[in-house]
Ligand binder design. Sequence first.
Ligand SMILES: [Zn+2]
Length: 274
Amino acid sequence: MTSTRYSRNEALFGEEGQHKIRNTRVAIVGLGGLGSHVAQQLVYLGVANFLLIDDDAATDSSLNRLVGAYDSDVQAGTRKTDSAARLIKLVTPNAHIRTLPVNVEAAEVGPTLKTVDVVFGCFDKDIPRLKLTELCARIAEPYFDLASDTGDDGGPTFGGRVVFSNGSGCMFCLGLVDQEELARESLAPEHRQARDRSYGISTEALEDTGPAVVSVNGAVASLAVTEFMLLVTGLGTPVPVLNYYGEKRLIRRSVDLPAPNCPYCVGLWNRGLD
Ligand SMILES: [Zn+2]
């Protein structure tokens, strides 16, 4: 019997496109509110080869947005890589899944990423984003960087953005790194607290207690997975930056051009791992 599972996909990008999706090996680094959505959408799209990287486990406060995790996972302390893997297997039992329950800084991450074709980074901090930008530049792999809640114009904003890096533009040269935040994140916890006090900022207000909403994450993940679909099927070329302005109900591609001589896109591109 001919499978009809992907017939509605193929109506958009053909059997050949579906074949390309099935043969694309994908890494998702960060399986939280954004990455769990990405995993779910990719398996429905037809991706069958996953590398899942995250050192975190399900918590009560993450159950408002952790797709594929359940109440019992909080008690059990289920790893986010395992709840994502379970979700993928329920949809496609013969999917090939590797899990790496480590931080993006771990030495084995770079070499393991060399075994995939496309990388998704789903973090809520700029330091791991830059680390993954660096690794993907060194091994010359296409990288989708997802972020939600990036409102920085002072008002109560929500939304997010997707940055696509492939050697000619990344979050660094497109000016999307928050230098203030980066300086703060790079400090040891005690120094960070002292700095926050001197700035009059409540540390608690900045530590994983900001807004994180399932539907907003889902919108950002959908943008990224659709760009991935365009890339892999050949239906289009991903744009460098897609911004989602939730309050304005707008999705807009950025027209900013990358700064020249980027240390990642030029300096480290295809230079190999240390
Ligand atoms: Zn760059």
